[in-house]
Design a protein around this ligand. Structure first.
Ligand SMILES: Cc1cc2nc3c(=O)[nH]c(=O)nc-3n(C[C@H](O)[C@H](O)[C@H](O)COP(=O)(O)OP(=O)(O)OC[C@H]3O[C@@H](n4cnc5c(N)ncnc54)[C@H](O)[C@@H]3O)c2cc1C
Length: 459
């Protein structure tokens, strides 16, 4: 590694950001529990810039950590092995093609900015992580992000047609085609999606888009018992209603939201289920679905149900769910992210078992929320330093519950630099050890000198 020569070479084309502020900002993600400062930070403006940066990094064997919005909670953007952080925010151009049903964008645009542009055309990009205002297209592709609308629309991988990428040897290439269907060769595109910046740098993406529904109604139901909340989710699924959104936040999340936003939602013991019903038709045929959802919530003993199509109230209700996610970080200095998924039929059992952990780990704060409609929960932990051991024991137990229930330790946040042991345990329990050996070989094939984001997935 020859950092001085690399700096001299990069200085010819780029401003080097090595001031203390830049190093601190780029030492961690938004809610990460690990940090390490990079050597310096670069802000490329186009694909050729990326090619130059990758070329220099390869020549002097210096790690590159590609960074979008930095909202990954798994240490994925932390330069733990040293290296240069490449901040993609300045690559944010977009071209909308309604006739092709796609948008071509650079990776640095946030999903919120993208959807604001698409709204002018009455279209939208469905994947909707609750971090939309910071999460970038590049980060969402590298993490195969999910979010609020996954119950209907799946994750980012279901919406990417093609990407332009710079490989670790500096070659600019493409994966996928700009067609809605493509069966030419192995599906390498899907290998890149979710690869956490370890295989290539994504410099452009062709993303499928959808027309916006004409009307959306949000229904929020508050429950006395967690079992009833869980059962209502299953009943909605079984009834054939195809909700746009199906989310959960527990009592502690509601209480925190009420406190910091001055809301007045009922802090019911069993928490809150949120669902959205939408319609594409002019004569809104939503009343049947609405009645069915109400009936399901009532049959499951909801203590309070409300529905709204007002934009402000729609946002306020989802704000409760968003705050539930970050509440341990708001209330405690130490925060550990959870991101488990189980098959839908096990969601009730999962909620009950997680809730029971509160009695066992009395000194650790647990907030349970998430995308319950696709089986993905975020059991988030907050703790005081003196209870660190208990907190980590609880985290282990939470992830093992997911594995026991035929689930997985990550639905959308990935492995990064903090969940490798859990990944290996899951592979081992499922008789899938060969998967990790294949991952190592694939990494070697793409990036033999280990330049791109070393340490993610423990690779
Ligand atoms: C409050 C909060 C709520 C969240 N809610 C959700 C949610 O609902 N659903 C969800 O899925 N996630 C969620 N997340 C996690 C996170 O926001 C997503 O993973 C997000 O898509 C990451 O985007 P980013 O631009 O911030 O990526 P970053 O954090 O900057 O990077 C993430 C990974 O992508 C790589 N990367 C970034 N850009 C590129 C590129 N151009 N080429 C190659 N690799 C690249 C990085 O190296 C890193 O490995 C949440 C996070 C927070 C803090």
């Amino acid at each position: 590694m020859d950092i001085q020569h690399a700096i001299e070479e990069l200085k010819k084309n780029f401003k080097i950001y090595d001031d203390k502020n830049s190093l601190i900002i780029h030492s961690t993600g938004s809610i990460d529990r690990i940090r390490a400062e990079p050597y310096f930070v670069l802000y490329p403006e186009n694909t050729m810039d990326i090619q130059k940066i990758v070329g220099t990094a390869e020549k002097y064997k210096i790690p590159l950590i590609i960074r979008g919005g930095g909202s990954s909670p798994t240490g994925a953007v932390v330069p733990s092995n040293g290296g240069i952080v490449v901040n993609m925010k300045r690559m944010n151009n977009v071209a909308v093609s309604i006739e092709n049903g796609y948008v071509i964008c650079e990776p640095g645009i946030t999903l919120k900015e993208l959807n604001e542009i698409l709204k002018k055309y009455n279209f939208f990009f469905p994947p909707d992580p609750s971090s939309v205002s910071v999460a970038t297209v590049g980060g969402a592709i590298a993490e195969n992000s999910g979010g609020m609308r996954c119950a209907r629309y799946g994750t980012v991988k279901d919406w990417v047609l093609k990407i332009e990428a710079v490989l670790p040897d500096g070659e600019i290439t493409y994966f996928g085609e700009e067609t809605y269907k493509n069966r030419a060769g192995y599906n390498i595109l899907d290998l890149i999606i979710g690869s956490e910046g370890t295989l290539c740098v994504v410099t452009r993406a062709w993303l499928k888009i959808m027309p916006l529904p004409r009307k959306v109604v949000r229904i929020a139901a508050f429950f006395k018992n967690i079992d009833d909340a869980a059962l209502s989710v299953l009943n909605i699924r079984e009834s054939g209603i195809n909700p746009l959104v199906l989310e959960y936040a527990d009592k502690s999340g509601i209480e925190t939201a009420n406190k910091i936003r001055n809301f007045n939602y009922p802090a019911a013991e069993g928490g809150l289920v949120i669902t959205d019903i939408d319609s594409y038709s002019d004569e809104c045929n939503m009343s049947d679905s609405l009645k069915n959802v109400y009936k399901i919530f009532e049959d499951n003993n909801a203590v309070y149900i409300t529905d709204t199509d007002s934009e402000m109230e729609i946002n306020n209700i989802m704000e409760v769910r968003r705050i539930a996610f970050t509440s341990p970080g708001i209330l405690y200095k130490n925060f550990i992210d959870g991101d488990i998924v189980v098959p839908l039929s096990n969601i009730k059992e999962l909620l009950i078992r997680l809730n029971n952990l509160r009695k066992k780990y009395k000194n650790v704060f647990l907030s349970i929320c998430g995308h319950v409609g696709d089986g993905n929960l975020h059991p988030q932990i907050g703790y005081d330093e003196k209870y660190k051991d208990s907190a980590f024991k609880e985290v282990l137990e939470i992830n093992r519950i997911a594995i026991d229930l035929n689930g997985t330790i990550s639905g959308e946040h990935g492995i990064g630099k903090i969940k490798t042991e859990l990944l290996l345990e899951q592979f081992h329990r499922r008789n899938m050890d060969i998967n990790y050996e294949l991952m190592k070989s694939i990494k070697k094939l793409f990036d033999p000198d280990d330049i791109l984001n070393p340490g993610n997935f423990g690779l």
